[in-house]
Write a protein that binds this ligand. Structure first.
Ligand code: DON
Length: 544
């Protein structure tokens, strides 16, 4: 018997499960195992990439409400039925909002005034109405079950509770604690009140959220916390379908999120500069290359505060993408020395309250979707009856001239608060096409660091030929022009590299992580779909 056991052990594979995780039908890379379970259930039922995205979105609203609650918003770049569209379900400023509400800068981060009109449920509904295949009600089954029967909270869940603890209102405490006790990793949490909201949405579709008892609960909860969200704001919320920005890069075609996200615009500029400066000739992760990344990102970010919601003013995209402008930016970069563009002593840190889902099938149908509440558990306001966490997306506007927001971004006039306007975002859901077929779905949470993380991870795959997992895990840098700081991934660079970058004149900081990337890639050599998530946070990959 003992001998037999030894023989069996000897024949077991010596490797652990492969990362990236491979499949041949449809694969997903997402922030939680629960979302992967939902994806696999929907795929088995014959769902398409949009069904999978929407169903995972609802599951995450239950299991990861700190960044995926129904009280948030987001963007998706979707390729389906031979068409690529950018779907904008970003929150909007309530009709009674104005910069007068934000004399105290903390009011755009905490409490009712910070809350913008949520867009997530409308976004999921419209995506499914136009592109989904399975019946709507099937997409909510998993989330309702998890809310009613409970799910096991993760270490990340507990960490995020602790981060938000000070700002959480009484309803949040009631629904996220077990009586007087805080939950520990591994404890089960049931949310019957949230299940009731989900059932309402399952029955009445988007109306179940934007009209009736759920809407009334949202409005009265925000009002009791000093906010101005109205029933009219909810009823009149509109999803926007936009043409993605397109960029050719090394034989690939990129589909990028246009304004009101700054993500696509900055990716386009940065990759154009990378080509202009022949970045590909430099050794990946050498001091030379990282120095140039910092300078390229800083130049790309210098255009960010000219952007805003395209429904409220024309963005100067022709000028930003003009050859002259690119040449001027490129000419300002010196390979030997960091050159300051607009120094300002503003501190910036990453926050962890957005998430991303990447989905790709064997035919090149794909969804790259980033959703957010902005801050962890958003504004800290939870609706009283249904326990829905509400965003603090108002902080993404320019709330006062010259004031830095929670990400250290000092914003421009194009992003000032106006009723029903969408705040400028950094979210960068992206799809990449090769020879007419989508081969990469990629994106990340992480505030402005999203943009630099997506650019670098994508570049490692497309330009350096790295596999998707390596491209995500290896170190990266971030520069957002203001402050004049080169942010480095903590503990991922050797002292020699850090010293080398300082010697080039960079002000270096290496204390907080640089976003978390989720991607699915078609590996054309192996002829498989490969999915990977970032070891900088929790995540899961799966599918078939
Ligand atoms: O739209 C934006 O740019 C921000 N509200 C995103 C916030 C974010 O990614 C926070 N998380 N990790």
């Amino acid at each position: 018997m003992r001998r037999l056991l030894l023989v069996v052990v000897a024949f077991l594979p010596t490797w652990t499960s492969a990362i990236p995780v491979s499949g041949s039908q449809m694969m997903v890379a997402v922030p939680s195992r629960y979302a992967v379970d939902t994806a696999e259930a929907i795929i088995k039922k014959g769902g398409n990439v949009v069904d999978v995205a929407v169903a995972m979105g609802f599951t995450l609203a239950v299991t990861s409400p700190y960044f995926a609650s129904l009280g948030g918003g987001g963007f998706a770049v979707v390729h389906h039925n031979n068409k690529t569209q950018a779907i904008d379900f970003r929150e909007t400023a309530p009709s009674k909002a104005s910069s007068n509400l934000f004399a105290n800068s903390k009011d755009s981060e905490i409490g009712g005034k910070a809350v913008a009109t949520p867009g997530i449920v409308a976004g999921y509904y419209e995506m499914h109405r136009l592109l989904g295949k399975l019946p709507w009600k099937v997409l909510l089954e998993d989330s309702i079950r998890l809310a009613e029967k409970g799910f096991k909270v993760s270490g990340e869940w507990v960490d995020f509770y602790d981060i938000a603890d000070a700002k959480l209102d009484a309803s949040a405490r009631k629904y996220l604690n077990a009586g007087d006790r805080k939950l520990k990793p591994g404890d089960y949490l049931k949310q019957p009140q949230l299940a009731r909201a989900l059932r309402q949405i399952q029955k009445d579709k988007a109306r179940g959220f934007y009209h009736g008892p759920v809407a009334e609960d949202l409005v009265s909860s925000v009002a009791s916390s000093g906010g101005v969200l109205s029933l009219e704001d909810l009823k009149s919320y509109q999803v926007r379908f936009r043409d993605p920005l397109v960029q050719d890069f090394l034989g690939y075609k990129l589909y990028l999120m246009p304004p009101p996200s700054s993500g696509g615009v900055l990716v386009k500029t940065a990759l154009s500069l990378a080509e202009e400066l022949n970045l590909k000739d430099l050794k990946p992760l050498s001091v030379d290359e990282l120095h140039l990344w910092g300078e390229i990102l800083s130049r790309a970010f210098s255009d960010r505060n000219r952007l805003g919601d395209p429904d409220f003013g024309k963005n100067p995209l022709d000028e930003i993408f003009s050859k002259d402008h690119l040449k001027t930016l490129a000419a300002s970069i010196d390979l030997r020395k960091a050159k300051t563009f607009k120094p300002a002593p503003i501190s910036s840190k990453e926050s962890l309250e957005t998430t991303h889902l990447s989905i790709l099938d064997k035919n090149g149908n794909a969804v790259s979707m980033t959703i957010t509440l902005n801050g962890v558990h958003g504004s800290g306001v939870f609706s009283r009856k249904f326990g829905i966490a509400l965003n603090n997306e108002m902080d993404d506007f320019m709330t006062a001239a010259g004031r830095a927001n929670q990400f250290g971004l000092v914003q421009g006039d194009a992003n000032k608060i106006e009723p029903n306007k969408r705040p400028l975002s950094s979210m960068t859901p992206t799809l990449v096409e090769k020879d007419g077929k989508i081969v990469l779905a990629i994106g990340a949470p992480g505030g402005p660091r999203i943009i630099s993380a997506v650019i670098q991870a994508m570049y490692r795959i497309l330009a350096n030929g790295y596999d998707v997992d390596l491209a995500i895990q290896i170190p990266r840098v971030h520069h957002q022009n203001v402050p004049n700081t080169l942010y480095l991934d903590p503990k991922r660079f050797s002292p020699e590299i850090v010293e080398g970058l300082k010697a080039r004149g960079h002000v270096v900081e290496d204390k907080s992580t640089l976003a978390r990337v989720y991607a699915v890639h078609w590996n054309d050599h192996k002829k498989v779909l490969e999915a990977a998530f970032d070891s900088r946070g929790e995540g899961a990959a799966g599918g078939f």
